[in-house]
Structure formats: structure tokens, C-alpha cells
Unconditional design. Structure first.
Length: 205
């Protein structure tokens, strides 16, 4: 087995860019309220060829692209530009009583990830149950977990996963806050987070 050069492991950006040519041409044409026939009159390229170019059924080449981009007032650089999406997530933080929640995933994500900080409280743990599974990892501190008829302690560096149909709840154990990375589906999110109006701001999750 030989090591691949870094460039050999990169995705084929050339093919990815070429796949975007047709949709970009169509978007530019529609933006200028041009029909295929009107663009054909300007470029001398048949409407059927232009349609195939936009749909990706005709491979783009300079003979086609130069007159089309001129007619649409596009530069080849703009047309062939590859812009990778920004993968960074803009997190936001909300506080509910002794619970601080930092949202670490987009709202549209089917699985939601949160960093939750619970400060110690003398209030009893509130337990809830709902469909799905929850995975949590203690980043700092100690978590007291009630799961069904069991009571557990999860230390920093330990993780737990459980069926959320069992009544469950979490609180900080001791005098220090506990920080937890938690992942669950959107139905679980609606149960756990008071932002969605399902529960009142909790004293313990």
C-alpha cells in the first residue's frame, strides 16, 4: 500500500464545477428574463442545444460558453468559480433558570447537538419521557442522572446513551456546575428545551 499524495485525495472539484455550469447559466438567463429562443437569437446557438447545456445533457466547451456568457454578461471566471460552503455554525446561547444551553447545530439538522451547563440546585430533578434516544458526554463536573428506577453518577470524560421513553432527568452533583454535550432528535429537543413551549424553564433538565 503506497501513500497517496495530498492532491490525489482531494475531491474532483473540476467535475463538481462543471456540474454547476448548467444551473448557473439557467439562473443567469432567468434573472435577465430571457427565453431560450431569445438567447438563441443572440448567440446563434439553437434553443435545443442551450436547453441541453442548462440541463447538463450537453458538455460545456468554449465554443458554447463564450457566446452564451457574453450574451448573459457573465465572465468565465464567475461561471466556473467554485465556492465551498462555509461549514462553521453560528452558535447561540440561551438561559433557562439554572440551565444554560449553547446550540451547536443548525436548526434544520435532524439531530440536534447542544452544550448544556447546569448549576447546582436544591430542587428535585424533574424527569420526563419521550420517543427516541439521547447521547450525552460530561465535559466538566459530575452529573447525577435518574433513569427509570436507577440513579447514576456520570463523571467528566464519561458518556451515556439511553432510551428516552424511560423517565429521565439530569442535575449537577456537588457544588460545581456540570457541562454536558448532548445529542438527540428534534422531538427530544422540544421536550427538553422550554423555548419550544413544551415545559416551563426547568431547575434541572
Amino acid at each position: 500500500m503506497t501513500d497517496q499524495a495530498p492532491e490525489d485525495r482531494r475531491p474532483d472539484l473540476t467535475q463538481a464545477v462543471l456540474r454547476e455550469v448548467g444551473p448557473r447559466l439557467r439562473a443567469a438567463r432567468l434573472k435577465r428574463d430571457l427565453t431560450l429562443e431569445a438567447l438563441s437569437d443572440t448567440t446563434g446557438i439553437s434553443p435545443s442545444t442551450l436547453s441541453r447545456l442548462e440541463s447538463g445533457k450537453r458538455a460545456p466547451n468554449l465554443e458554447l460558453l463564450i457566446p452564451v456568457t457574453r450574451a448573459l454578461r457573465l465572465s468565465l471566471d464567475d461561471l466556473l468559480m467554485w465556492t465551498a460552503p462555509d461549514p462553521r455554525i453560528r452558535s447561540r446561547t440561551q438561559r433557562f433558570g439554572n440551565l444554560t444551553v449553547e446550540y451547536l447545530s443548525p436548526e434544520s439538522a435532524p439531530v440536534q447537538t447542544f452544550k448544556m451547563t447546569l448549576t447546582p440546585t436544591n430542587e428535585p430533578i424533574q424527569t420526563r419521557s419521550h420517543d427516541g434516544y439521547e447521547w450525552c458526554y460530561v465535559l466538566r463536573g459530575r452529573a447525577r442522572v435518574i433513569l427509570g428506577d436507577r440513579e447514576l453518577v456520570i463523571e467528566a470524560g464519561q458518556a451515556a446513551e439511553f432510551d428516552t421513553r424511560l423517565p429521565h432527568g439530569v442535575a449537577a452533583l456537588g457544588s460545581e456546575p456540570v457541562e454536558i454535550l448532548s445529542i438527540f432528535n428534534r422531538s427530544g429537543e422540544r421536550i427538553h428545551l422550554p423555548e419550544f413551549g413544551a415545559i416551563d424553564p426547568p431547575t434541572a433538565r
